[in-house]
Design a protein around this ligand. Structure first.
Ligand code: PMP
Length: 432
């Protein structure tokens, strides 16, 4: 495959845009460097780059694209908004229609607010929890990503009873001292943290099903225990469902897991491919938000008709019968095929999958926390990634990401992918 135009565009971009990309995850740093591919167009389950190479896409734009690229029903909604005003600066009925739709699907959202990104949604839930509880600290979980606001760019301390340290330049030690980070799926560490810091903890912030060190599900009873201990210390439980909402079922992960948080942050899929974030939860908690309450949050673009209408249209596609069963079936076929091939070429892998989302870890150990995901062999992943790309299969350039299926992937796409992966594993085995 030739990437000539991508190379040209990337060189130009490096002169214009810091690092040549508008989000660091798009660089190929995670796979040992190289030129990110410049895509020209997305159609259904496929992407086409500037050199006219075609790819089967499993990046799904890092999660939002569950109905494929350029879905006609969503395109129509966006066109309609473009014709009638993408931003009016006043309330519109679309905000009501969409809130109702979300609330019907996720009952814990007694009241909601729309914002413009997952980052904003999570950031605000923390402010609201502080306003509600009068406490300041948060407890979060190692390897989970919650956007790029200062508060969540904090790394773990040396143990559950120690405070965090900045995970990015520019985050002050004072901010880091408000955050405690503990390993996921380790209830003893959480118990230790909440025993030590519960009196000062406003909120416990967790991805109920992790999507940021690959896909990792909570162990049975884990979230229930977290919720119980959180409430015993008069703190609030916040679920970050930015990746998980509408990914596995028509609703949020909390519906499947049957654990309701006090507040939920969402984003990605609910925007139908346009920028969006939303947060919501218990009415007494949400009434802390301005103009009703003392916690301030605003946004020029928030609740704009284009994002609302794209989001509504996306949920209309997803609420049809059988959508998630189809995603599950396609995911299962891929999982089985990849595992068979890995065995055939004696390459140890572990796959964590739920419905149409999965991660392939290059390790034979079970992955249930961030340390487990770290053990996935980076070099092997990088080789596999590049071999797949050269065969027209587009994955995220990081061993910590997932494959995202869409409603537009066909059986043929899956079989073509497995043909490519067979060759990619064969190539990889020649390096080992
Ligand atoms: N929370 C989670 C769980 C996420 O995965 C992400 C983005 N990957 C965010 C928050 C931040 O969302 P955004 O990129 O829309 O700001």
């Amino acid at each position: 495959m030739s990437y000539e135009k991508s190379v040209e565009l990337y060189n130009e971009a490096c002169d214009l845009i810091v690092g040549g990309v508008n989000s660091p995850s798009r660089s190929f740093k995670g796979v040992g460097g190289g030129t990110p591919v410049f895509m020209k167009e997305g159609r259904g389950a496929h992407l086409f780059d500037e050199d006219n190479n075609r790819y089967i896409d499993y990046l799904g734009a890092y999660g939002p694209i569950i109905t494929g690229h350029g879905h006609p029903h969503i395109a129509e909604a966006i066109n309609e908004a473009a014709r009638t005003g993408t931003l009016l600066g006043t309330p519109t009925k679309w905000e009501n229609v969409f809130s109702k739709k979300l609330k019907d699907a996720v009952p814990s959202l007694e009241k909601v607010r729309f914002v413009n990104s997952g980052t904003e949604a999570v950031m605000t839930t923390i402010r609201v929890a502080r306003a509600y509880t009068g406490k300041h600290k948060i407890i979060k979980f190692e390897g989970c990503y919650h956007g790029h606001s200062d508060l969540v760019l904090v790394a773990a301390g040396s143990g559950p009873s120690t405070l965090g340290s900045p995970d990015s330049a520019g985050v002050t030690p004072n901010i880091a001292a408000e955050v405690i980070t503990v390993p996921f799926n380790d209830i003893d560490s959480f118990r230790e943290a909440i025993d030590r810091w519960g009196d000062e903890t406003a909120a416990v912030l967790i991805e109920p099903i992790v999507g940021n060190f690959g896909l990792v599900e909570p162990e049975p009873g884990y979230l229930e225990e977290i919720k119980k201990l959180t409430h015993e210390s008069d703190s609030l439980l916040i679920f970050d469902e930015v990746i998980t909402a509408f990914r596995f079922t028509y609703g949020a992960a909390q519906n499947m897991l049957q654990v309701e948080p006090d507040m939920t942050a969402m984003g990605k899929i609910i925007g139908g491919g346009l920028p969006i974030g939303a947060y919501g939860g218990r009415v007494d908690v949400m009434e802390q938000v301005a103009p009703l309450g003392p916690a301030y949050q605003a946004g020029t673009m928030s609740g704009n008709p284009a994002s609302m209408r794209a989001g509504i249209a996306c949920l209309e596609v997803l609420e049809k019968d059988g959508v998630y069963d189809t995603l599950d079936r396609l995911g299962e076929r891929l999982e089985t095929g990849l595992l068979e091939q890995a065995e055939k070429y004696s390459i140890p892998v572990t796959i964590n999958r739920l419905k149409g989302m999965f991660t392939i870890y290059f390790t034979d150990e079970t992955v249930k926390d961030y340390k487990g995901a770290e053990r996935s062999n980076s070099e092997r992943f990088s080789i596999f990634f590049k071999e797949m790309l050269d065969r027209g299969v587009h994955l995220a350039p990081s061993k910590y990401e997932a494959w995202f299926l869409t409603t537009e992937h066909s059986n043929e796409d899956i079989e073509d992918t497995l043909e490519a992966s067979d060759q990619a594993f064969a190539a990889l085995s020649s390096y080992i």
